[in-house]
Design a protein around this ligand. Structure first.
Ligand code: ATP
Ligand code: MG
Length: 389
């Protein structure tokens, strides 16, 4: 018997001829995340992926692998020979193991036979195993409708026995849908936005704006920490750190106070667009959500959009803060996001920001600034690092 982790992928099945392209990406990502477990063997068998767990803690492998996008279910399994005695022995073993972890009174055996050469059909195997388990384990009965425990038996090239189907995130493998540049603040929303687009197959890079020395180094460290947490899901990525202070000062000195936030946001977009063009990135990603703050009304969002030609993806646009917070908690960015360090936007926060801006007004205010020069100077001074999980 060997312990292995099985991996099922969902949407990939829909991709027809592209299927192998998606599968290969997925296999590559799985290999990457399990490298720390002694580069275990990863192999495909009849449409599922298997990872040999060997002496490593199988639960740790499960927890690591389920963060790879494109995977729908993960199960810790026993892998054994396709021999009825072996299958019986380890089905009983699996039941006992499950019973040692939680209260189980009823069970059902569910068998799938991909190998039609196997001398018994699925029903016969299930019936036989059910019978043997009842004989060997006290205090159990069969319930075919709502059992406390399913004993899954997959008969393939090998036989696999498992009792858990652990949900993963689904989605598509990172890198199968082009690249996106995430505007990553230190807040709750933008890490979630990055997570959601990476889940749809985008390869992520991130840009962060700070106002050093008005914002602190600790604020910068916090954002890098968020980027590191994200990279667990997205893989290593480039992180651009841009000082916005000169631009904010220029706006502050030359433009109406109430337009401060909106004008800064247009600069953020313009700088991000330049980086995107240079790095052949196809879209920007933000954590904006309809109506959340003054810069996120429809009119404000439209004014922000018109600063650039590149599309801006806003995966949180229709979500409530509580829904966003739930995801932030699940992906483990929340605790870092709520650390109380200052953000560049708070440095020059207007008392009464515009909520119904007119594009002509904003463009007129902006026209007194040397936009190109300010953007180029900010990009020249920007720092680039690579973030690793
Ligand atoms: P978040 O929680 O993501 O900070 P928010 O609700 O605080 O969002 P804003 O501060 O208006 O809203 O920011 C909206 C979006 O603009 C953010 O989700 C992020 O994508 C981008 N953004 C804001 N500030 C920065 C920054 N300092 N660096 C990079 N991107 C930023
Ligand atoms: Mg913010």
């Amino acid at each position: 018997m060997d312990k292995v982790v099985s991996v099922s992928f969902g949407e990939l099945a829909l991709k027809g001829l592209n299927r192998s392209y998606f599968e290969n990406k997925l296999v590559k990502h799985v290999r990457r995340v399990v490298r720390d477990f002694g580069e275990p063997k990863v192999y495909k068998e009849q449409g599922k992926l298997y990872i040999e767990a060997e002496e490593f803690n199988i639960d740790e492998i499960v927890n690591t692998v389920k963060k790879v996008f494109g995977i729908v279910l993960v199960s810790p399994c026993y892998r054994i020979e396709k021999d009825l005695d072996e299958i019986t022995k380890y089905s009983i073993e699996a039941v006992k193991e499950a019973m040692s972890k939680r209260d189980i009174k009823t069970f059902k055996v569910q068998c799938k036979r991909a190998d039609k050469q196997f001398p018994m059909n699925s029903m016969e195997v299930a019936r036989k195993l059910g019978h043997e388990i009842l004989k060997e384990v006290d205090g159990l009965s069969v319930d075919v409708h709502k059992p406390d425990l399913y004993v899954y038996v997959d008969i393939r090239t090998n036989a696999y026995i498992f009792t858990e189907k652990i949900s993963a995130y689904g989605g598509l493998p990172v890198g199968t849908n082009g690249k996106g540049l995430l505007l990553l603040s230190g807040g709750i929303d933008s890490p979630v936005a990055g997570f959601m687009m990476a889940k749809r197959g985008l390869q992520i890079s991130a840009v962060h704006y700070h106002s050093y020395p008005f914002t602190s180094e600790r604020a910068e460290e916090k954002v890098k920490k968020l980027a590191e947490i994200l990279s667990v899901y997205c893989g290593s990525f480039r992180f651009y750190s841009v000082n916005l202070l000169d631009i904010q000062k220029a706006i502050n000195e030359n433009c109406p106070e109430k337009e401060m936030t909106l004008l800064s946001r247009r600069f953020m977009m313009k700088i991000a667009e330049k980086i995107a063009v240079k790095e052949e990135i196809d879209a920007l990603i933000t954590g904006e959500s309809m109506g959340q703050v003054a810069s996120q009304t429809i009119k404000s969002l439209n004014v922000t959009n018109s600063a650039v030609d590149v599309p801006i993806f806003r995966p949180l646009i229709g979500m409530d803060k509580t829904e966003i917070t739930d995801i932030a908690t699940e992906i483990e960015t929340f605790e870092t996001s709520i650390l109380p360090y200052e953000d560049c936007c708070t440095v020059f926060l207007p008392k009464h920001p515009v909520t119904r801006p007119k594009l002509e007004d904003i463009e007129r205010s902006e026209s007194v600034l040397d936009v190109d020069k300010l953007v180029n100077e900010a990009i020249e001074k920007m720092e680039v690092i690579t973030i690793h999980p």
